[in-house]
Write a protein that binds this ligand. Structure first.
Ligand code: SAM
Length: 120
């Protein structure tokens, strides 16, 4: 199995110039904990998670680019699930944007990985 088999396709995303409030609203509306942050041209520039929103609430931040993680790790759709799981485990993160030809084509989360583990 590869990342393409279980990733969330066309995931919700947000622009880096958005407010933290807008990111929080998108997460609630789309029921996700992770949002890839995109440049104007659609390329990946970061990731924001519900953990980062908690950090923002605890601190004094307004704009998303103050709290998002800028050196975001990503995978390609043809990566194996084992390789993706290794990255999640090694870096203590729970989601990876899936990138193809410079654009975000999906999201792989530890939630998806645990669903697949349960089915097998
Ligand atoms: N272990 C918990 C988890 O997996 O969500 C939270 C703790 S950790 C501090 C989460 C941090 O990792 C957040 O600041 C988040 O922005 C960052 N992060 C999440 N996914 C990432 C990814 N694919 N690449 C780089 N950083 C990521």
């Amino acid at each position: 199995l590869t990342v393409a088999d279980i990733m969330i396709r066309d995931p919700p995303t947000i622009r880096g110039c958005a407010t933290i409030r807008a990111a929080a609203a998108t997460m609630i509306e789309r029921e996700v904990n992770h949002l890839p942050v995109l440049h104007a041209d659609g390329t990946l520039c970061g990731i924001v998670t519900s953990w980062d929103i908690a950090k923002a609430v605890a601190g004094e931040h307004t704009m998303l680019d103050e709290i998002m993680t800028k050196n975001v790790l990503s995978v390609s759709a043809d990566a194996t699930l084992r390789d993706a799981a290794k990255i999640l485990d090694k870096y203590h993160i729970s989601a990876l944007p899936v990138v193809g030809q410079g654009k975000v084509v999906g999201m792989l989360t530890s939630e998806q990985l645990s669903h697949i583990a349960e089915r097998r």
